[in-house]
Structures are given as C-alpha cells and as structure tokens.
Design a protein around this ligand. Structure first.
Ligand code: XMP
Length: 527
C-alpha cells in the first residue's frame, strides 16, 4: 500500500550512501552496486550545495573517479561540507587523488598510465579489506593516469601494485579510505566485498532498501512534481515505456494520457496486444493512433536504409506532435521511458564534469514550441532494475523478457522498399519463428531473434507446382551489449522445422535462409 507519509518518514530515516560525482563513466555503477547491497544510494554532482548534501543526511560518502587531473589547477575538489558531516568517506581513483591532495599528500602524473587488469597486494588488515588476508593478492581494474606519490600525514598505505606503491590508503584515526582502483566494475575481484565492507561494516548501514522502496520513492516524486496536472506519455509497448506508464498510472491515475502510434511496422498483433493489456486489463487512459497509411504513404518508393529511418522518425514526431497539440492546453508534462544507458554514458547527469558520449534519444523528439516539462522516472536506472520494477508492478513476464525491437521496427527488416503486403508476410513469418523459439525453450537463450524480408524472389516447388515467391531470412544472435554479437548456433532440426512451417504456411514465401553473420562485420539488423 502506497502511503506518502510513510514514505517521507522512511526516506528521511533510511540509511543511505551519497555518491559524489566527479564525472567518471562508472559513477552510476557505484550507486548501482550499493543498491544491490540493499542500501539506498544517491548521486550528486561534486559541486552541489552544502544544504543539499546536509539534507540527504548520508551515513557515508563515496567520491567517484573522474577524467580530470588534480595536478592541474581549477579541477574539482571535495567540498568541506563532506568532512563536516563526520561520516565515513571512500575515495575512488580521482576521489582518492583529490583526497590525498586536500590532506597534504602529493599526486603525480604517471608516465605509465595504468588501464586494465592489475594485481594489488593487501598490506594491512584494514576494515575496508575485511575478509582479505594481509599479504594476499587480488585482481583489480585500474583506469588512471595519476597516482598518489606521497601519503598525506595521518594516512597509511593499505595496498600496493607494482607500479603504484600507494594503491589504497586509510586515515590513522578517522574512517576515511581511498582506492586507486575501481571496486565497482566486475573485473575487480571481490570489488563487491570491498563496497560491502565500506557500506555495511564501516558506515554500518542497515540493508533496508528494496525495489518496492524504489517504486514508492518514484511514485512519491512523481506526485510531488506533477500534482494534479496532466502528463502525456508515448507508449511503445517496450519495457521502459511500459514501466513508466505503470508508475505514472499508480501516481496520477487518469491524469496520465498514453499515446501509442501504430506505424504499421510493428510485430504481428502488437497494437492489439498493447490495447488489450493497457486499456482493457489495466484500464490506462490509452489513445491508439492508427497511422499505418500515413507511414506507408511517406515510405512509398524509398529504399535507402538511412532515408527510411529518417522518414519513419520524422513521421513519428509529426504524428505525436499532432496528438499532443490536440491536448496541448491541458498537458504540462511529457513523460519518457528514458533509462540510464540512454542518457549519458559518463556519470550523474547533473555534473558539470559529465562527458557526453552518447546523446539522449527520447521517445518522440520534443518540439520546440511544446512547453512541456519532462518526467523521466527511470533515468537513473539500469535495464535489469527497470525489469525488476516492472515485475513488481505486475507487468507480464513475456513483456518484461522480450527481445529488443528497433524504433523503426520492420522498416529496417524489410530490405528495400516497404509495402503493406511485405509487412504482412514478414509479420507472419516472424510470428512463426518466435512462437517456435518459445516452444523449444530457446527464446531466452538468444539475445535477439527475428525474420527479415529480402528483396529477391526465388523459385520453389510446392506439390506439383512451381512457386516463384519471396525469401525470408532468419536471424538470431547472442550478445551482452549489442555492440558485438555472434550468430546463434540454433539446432539444425529446429531450423528445419521453422523453415518448413514458414514455407508451408505462407504461400508468398518459397525459401528460408539462416543468417550466419556475426557483428562485426555485419550488424544485427539487416539495414
Ligand atoms: P545493429 O543493427 O546496429 O543493432 O547491430 C544493434 C541493436 O540496436 C537496435 N537498433 C535500433 N534501435 N533504432 C532503435 O531504437 C534504430 O534505428 C535501431 N537500429 C538498430 C537493434 O535492434 C539491435 O538491438
């Protein structure tokens, strides 16, 4: 049961770790690891106001890494407020270097930059290394150009590497610790133990934080931001926008208006399924815009992949704008299912130090004259956290564990010009393939699977008749990050069965081929 009063009370008293962000690409990972320990953590930029820091009332502070060098002037420093809090502090990489410098030690730019795996030797039985044996070695992940060359007075070295004699340090009397390496990345052996030692043994945080708390917190925040005003959401049927819709529904009910644009390039029955789930079953305020004809008209005669993508994107924005304009006077907020990896692959987005690697792509693009404020409740979460949240909110498992589907949809799976007829053939072929993958228990073993429609015809024979018809390609890949992928070694018997079903059930298909290309050099999609 959601109760805002309980939540405010709980949020105020729940143990939390503040992650002060110096711009590292791993900052969000630190917060995530702490949350995995069931302790609440929040990221704030290093130059945030003293009031904000104090209002958070953290039980401990972690100083993130960052791209700057403390050997240069005008680089970020730890605000004094952190030390006035009188709580344990853990500096990581840049956080360690600025800690050392601010306590009177020396930091030197190394000639030999250390990036990647290295071994540390644990030198002392510090509480930070509880569970490690003094003198033992551990594999860690380094990513730095500078190192602490002279310890500040009052600090001891507690670990070393062959090239950095001071790979970790601790204050003689205060609970202040620092690591030159990154405990938050999985390459660091026992990194989680180190973070657990800091969070639970040094800061003595109680492990009270659960995904249910996160849901309550998000609902509370949405209510505070939006009040009784209306919010518009572009619902795609994907996990992120679906979870956003459910959170908003719990927060503001009928003041949420969801718009689902059927662009005619969706999976078979997708629009109907979305309507069934969100409108009929969950009773969301859902507007389904049938824009198939408009998309097909705009795409007629176009076969260049990039041009198709642009047309699909632009048409989507136009239609979404149109719908928004109809509601405009009423709606002050636009909600989006933006998640952390969509935004900035660097650090807490408020930080001045954040280095933008990948720019933010939002659901429909934001028109300049649409003076709506953004609501992005998932922007600090990773995909698996969003999935957990969705599961807790009651989103069906098959929706939660679905393979990703590209924004331009079947538009990039029909090689060459798009037509309604080709879309129908592809939707049917794809539905057969996915149905068989699920039946064979293979769906969850591959990362993405689909059919593509090829721009050629081929001769086949069915019964006594020649059939000159289309060719469907089957694609299934295994990948962790979708940046590289290998083609899935699906069993021959399974492929034979799928091929036979497609050719027998779809009279416009005479041949099925299996795509055995990995990425690179191929991409996952055909266009
Ligand atoms: P590629 O084909 O680049 O795909 O190897 C990598 C992942 O990204 C998805 N993808 C897209 N997603 N808009 C999207 O929202 C696009 O234009 C797009 N192109 C590819 C693809 O499905 C795969 O998961």
């Amino acid at each position: 049961m959601i109760n805002s009063d309980n939540l405010s009370r709980e949020k105020k008293y729940i143990d939390k770790i503040l992650v002060l962000d110096f711009g590292s690409q791993y900052t969000q990972l630190i917060a995530r690891r702490i949350r995995e320990l069931n302790v609440y953590s929040e990221i704030l930029p290093w130059d945030i106001s003293a009031e904000r820091i104090k209002s958070l009332n953290p039980r401990g502070v972690i100083l993130s890494g960052g791209p700057e060098s403390v050997t240069e002037s005008n680089t970020p420093r730890i605000p004094n407020t952190i030390f006035e809090l009188d709580v344990p502090v853990l500096g990581i990489c840049y956080g360690m270097q600025t800690l050392a410098e601010q306590f009177g030690g020396q930091v030197t730019s190394s000639k030999n930059k250390e990036f990647g795996h290295t071994k540390i030797v644990i030198q002392s039985s510090s509480l930070l290394f509880d569970g490690f044996i003094a003198g033992s070695e551990a594999d860690v992940w380094m990513s730095h150009g500078d190192h602490v060359s002279t310890l500040p007075d009052e600090f001891n070295s507690i670990a070393s590497t062959s090239s950095a004699p001071i790979a970790a340090m601790e204050h003689n009397t205060k609970p202040i610790y620092a690591l030159q390496f990154h405990p938050e990345v999985t390459h660091t052996e026992k990194g989680n133990e180190i973070l657990n030692n800091f969070t639970c043994k040094i800061c003595k945080c109680a492990t009270q934080w659960k995904i249910e708390n996160l849901i309550e917190q998000k609902i509370h925040e949405i209510k505070e931001t939006v009040g009784d005003q209306k919010v518009l959401l572009g619902l795609s049927g994907g996990v992120d926008s679906s979870v956003t819709a459910m959170l908003l529904d719990k927060s503001i009910g009928k003041n949420l208006i969801c718009v689902f644009v059927d662009n005619g390039l969706l999976r078979k029955n997708e629009a109907k399924d979305v309507e069934k789930l969100f409108k009929d079953k969950m009773d969301l305020n859902l507007l389904i815009v049938d824009a198939k004809k408009i998309f097909y008209r705009h795409l007629k005669g176009v076969s260049d992949p990039e041009q198709k993508r642009k047309i699909i994107g632009r048409t989507f924005i136009d239609i979404f704008d149109n719908e928004a304009a109809k509601l405009k006077d009423d709606v002050n907020f636009l909600a989006q299912g933006t998640i952390y990896p969509d935004i900035i692959e660097s650090s807490g987005s408020e930080s001045k130090e954040a280095r933008v690697i990948k720019s933010h792509h939002n659901v429909g693009g934001l028109p300049d004259d649409m003076k709506m404020e953004l609501v992005e409740p998932l922007r600090d979460l990773f995909k698996d956290e969003v999935r957990k949240m969705g599961s807790e909110l009651g989103l069906p498992l098959d929706m939660l564990n679905r393979h990703p589907f590209p924004g331009p949809g079947l538009g990039v799976r029909i090689v060459g010009e798009i037509s309604e007829k080709k879309v129908l053939i592809l939707q049917n072929a794809d539905a057969i393939f996915i149905e068989e993958l699920i039946k064979a228990g293979l769906y969850d073993q591959v990362s993405q699977a689909f059919c593509a429609f090829l721009p050629i015809k081929s001769v086949g024979v069915v019964g006594d008749e020649r059939r000159y018809a289309h060719v469907i390609a089957i694609r299934a890949v295994e990948t962790v990050d979708f940046m590289t992928a290998t083609w899935a070694r699906l069993p021959y018997d399974f492929l034979a069965h799928v091929s036979s079903r497609i050719v027998n059930e779809l009279e416009n298909v005479s041949r099925v081929v299996y795509d055995i290309s990995s990425k690179p050099p191929a991409t996952i999609e055909w266009e």
